[in-house]
Design a protein around this ligand. Structure first.
Ligand code: SF4
Length: 755
């Protein structure tokens, strides 16, 4: 399970040289973000690479992390690369597929049974290709990464949006789609548009009920759910250095809720202490030697407005605890205003469930602060008024807090300890209720609170707060309770006013664990068999896509002309389909079922040109496929916005769509289409969208001389015998044209590995 200290030392050795070169190039002091990104450039590049929000630049990440749900397709694709081992250290974490129902042991056993084939596949593929495997029950990906793999100055990508949590240890850590993870594991560079930089200056010091969680809840209120888009948040200032390392992790974790590319803190003593406490003293010692390079330059922090695109300042000494929600994490309420907001908005004030833990807030410090509130209640003879659950972030934390008596305190209060897994945070929650659509309120120390996120009920008002605030409110059973000012009263009429919470950053006796749940891969995996049942409906090995036939494409049928917004969710819906993430054939039955057909304003209802009848989109496309007929999808503006979900590109490719022609693309989806060997085209004249008719057969010309920056021609053969000729643009470079010709980027990687 060990991190690679030699790799880290090598990075730290070149860091001073890289930083000096970047300073020279830009002729100015540098932020920490710039230093880390510069040190990870895949090749020396000119100044333009630093122009924020302008150019795409290639980087070499140090690590890849994958959670069990997204790892399936990433690894199925990686298997196609033909490599004997991953090119960079990588890990898989089984955390998303465990449903919370009755308690840790029973829930875990049920999940092991229900998801056996997925876990067996992930374990065997990890074993074969040199990937570290964290078994179900080992913990939640981001907490495990913080405890074992994150390090100051590193660059990591992960197939989960809260990968950003590792910024708490001074790492640039970014959530990506499975296709990006696959590329990096296969040895390719990773592309990122240089982000804009937001500086967050923290002054003062937290005290009393205010915690790190309240800092990010406040930032979310300031920036809103969109304010961090395409930006990296760099926290600095005396207040930043005073926060525990895990508290920093909480702040970076929830940066995902404001849309930030990532967030990070500078290397400091708190990080050193956390590294030492988690058996990584050698990293702390190596980081100490280059400590100045693991922080932004002094001049930057002295006049941040000169170097950041935006600066926010928060005085921690004045920060009030916050409660955010419902339905969005940026609706921020200082606790003194919250009760009034509950009343004025008519939110259900009875609190049904309080949930603490998750990857966001289950550090030793979090648990001890929450337990200090629970203990006051237990000592005074109180029990929780709401249901109360605790989700430890890792077995290391769970074992340690159990040893130190904190879980017992929660149990005495009436709490239930759940498995070390995502559980209710991702909707894997068999909630105890007889009224699944009931209007109700819950409060969590998690990160997301969009409608239906936790329990699938659109009427559940979910609020987000620190673990200690959640614990206090659960004891009161009432959302309008303010633990800073109010009393709770039990059945015997005893009143209790809570004292301020007290937390312990690092366990006095050190962390302990019997079995952390890690499985090291085989040193030589060549004889390891990958376990996939031929009859599985959840997993399916991939076959390489066919290469381009070498001619122009003739007679493509129009599959759908999508009207208006068409996001990756419209193209490949989530919800119940997620269970088929590892089975391309089965999940392809959701292809474009959410897209609106321009001709009849219906979803999942398009004309089959061969029969003249209307049918589902996948149904019509499968008919074309069975007859060897290609098709084309037409779309509107910003087609494919949303997530980086690679299924949205793989499904049309698998079912035989040859081209996607739109007014404009969301860039990640456009790249995903190119990687799968599809044609991603845009109208040279957007008004030509109107020339596409429902019964068109379409020819694509110009492919034989397919060249960067040269348009292609489409012939629209209308059913009445008339024709239109239109120009279409593309953004393929030389390499991407090779992807198209080979039938996909992976086919090229595989060919190169074999040479
Ligand atoms: S605990 Fe929640 S936020 Fe964290 S990885 Fe799991 S689902 Fe995502």
């Amino acid at each position: 399970m060990a991190f690679d200290i030699e790799m880290i030392k090598a990075l730290y050795k070149k860091l001073p040289l890289k930083v000096e070169a970047a300073r020279k190039l830009l002729n100015r002091p540098l932020t920490l973000t710039e230093k880390i990104l510069y040190a990870h450039l895949s090749e020396p590049i000119p100044k333009i690479a630093f122009e924020r929000q302008k150019s795409y630049v290639d980087f070499n990440p140090d690590r890849v992390a994958m959670q069990d749900a997204t790892a399936q397709m990433a690894l199925l694709q990686f298997m196609q690369a033909g490599r004997p081992k991953v090119a960079v250290p990588s890990t898989v974490h089984c955390d998303h597929l465990i449903q919370a129902k009755t308690g840790a042991v029973k829930d875990l056993n049920e999940a092991l049974d229900k998801n056996k084939e997925v876990f067996d596949f992930l374990a065997s593929v990890s074993n074969k290709y040199g990937i570290g495997f964290w078994k179900p029950g080992a913990g939640i990906i981001h907490q495990v990464i913080l405890e074992n793999y994150a390090f100051p100055g590193g660059l990591m990508i992960g197939t989960d949006s809260h990968t950003v949590n590792a910024g708490g240890l001074g790492m640039i850590a970014i959530g990506v789609g499975g296709a990006d993870a696959c590329d990096v594991m296969a040895g390719l560079a990773w592309e990122l548009k240089f982000p804009k930089l937001i500086g967050v200056k923290l002054t003062g010091k937290l005290s009393g009920w205010a915690s790190s969680k309240d800092i990010i809840l406040k930032v979310a209120g300031i920036l809103t759910v969109k304010g961090g888009t395409n930006a990296i948040l760099e926290y600095f200032g005396p207040g930043a250095d005073s926060l525990s390392c895990t508290g920093k992790g909480t702040i970076c974790n929830m940066g995902a809720e404001i849309g930030a590319t990532t967030s990070l803190f500078c290397y400091d003593q708190k990080m050193a202490v956390y590294l030492q406490g988690t058996s990584r003293s050698d990293i702390a010692a190596a980081a100490d030697e280059v400590a100045d390079h693991l922080r932004g330059d002094k001049e930057v922090y002295e006049s941040p407005a000169t170097y950041f695109d935006e600066v926010i300042e928060i005085n921690l000494s004045e920060l009030e605890p916050h409660i955010n929600g419902p339905f969005t994490p940026d609706l921020a309420w200082p606790i003194s205003k919250f009760a009034q907001a509950v009343k004025e908005n008519g939110w259900p004030s009875k609190l049904e469930v309080g949930l603490i833990g998750s990857c966001t807030n289950s550090s030793y410090e979090d648990i001890t602060r929450a337990a200090s509130i629970a203990k006051q209640a237990v000592d005074a003879g109180f029990k929780t008024a709401s249901e109360f659950t605790i989700t430890p972030g890792s077995e290391l934390v769970r074992y340690t807090v159990e040893r130190d008596g904190y879980l017992n305190t929660f149990e005495k209060m009436g709490g239930v300890v759940l498995a070390n897994a995502c559980g209710p945070c991702i909707g894997q929650w068999a909630r105890h209720t007889t009224e699944p659509n009931k209007l109700n309120s819950i409060i969590t120390s998690f990160n997301r609170n969009f409608a239906k996120r936790n329990d699938g009920n659109a009427n559940t008002h979910a609020f987000v707060a620190s673990p200690e605030i959640v614990t206090a409110l659960a004891l009161a059973g009432d959302l309008t309770f303010n633990p800073l000012t109010d009393f709770i009263t039990n059945e015997s009429g005893i009143k209790l006013k809570f004292k301020e919470p007290e937390g312990i950053e690092m366990p006095a006796k050190g962390f302990a664990v019997e079995d952390a749940g890690y499985q090291a891969p085989a040193i030589d995996g060549s004889s390891v068999n990958i376990i996939v049942s031929a009859t599985s409906d959840r997993l399916q090995l991939l076959d390489p896509f066919a290469a381009w036939e070498g001619s122009n494409l003739k007679g493509l049928k129009l599959l759908i002309k999508a009207k208006g917004k068409c996001t990756t969710d419209h193209i490949s819906m989530a919800g119940p389909w997620l269970k088929y993430r590892g089975h391309l054939d089965n999940i392809s039955n959701n292809m474009l079922i959410g897209a609106l057909n321009y001709y009849n304003d219906k979803t999942d209802n398009v004309k089959n040109q061969l029969t003249g009848k209307y049918d589902t989109v996948p149904g019509v496309q499968r008919d074309y496929k069975s007859k060897g007929i290609g098709s084309i999808v037409v779309g509107d503006e910003n087609y494919g916005e949303g997530s980086s979900r690679e299924h949205a590109a793989m499904e049309p490719r698998f079912l035989g769509v040859r081209a996607v022609l739109v007014k404009s693309f969301a860039r990640i989806h456009e790249t995903n289409l190119k990687k799968q060997g599809m044609l991603a085209l845009t109208f040279a004249n957007k008004a030509d969208y109107d020339k596409i008719k429902e019964d068109d057969s379409i020819d694509i010309e110009g492919l034989i001389s397919f060249t960067p920056n040269i348009s292609l021609t489409l012939i629209l053969n209308h059913i009445d015998g008339s024709k239109d000729e239109i120009k279409v643009n593309h953004t393929y470079n030389e390499q991407q044209i090779e992807w198209f010709k080979a039938g996909g980027a992976l086919n090229i990687i595989r060919a190169n590995v074999k040479v």
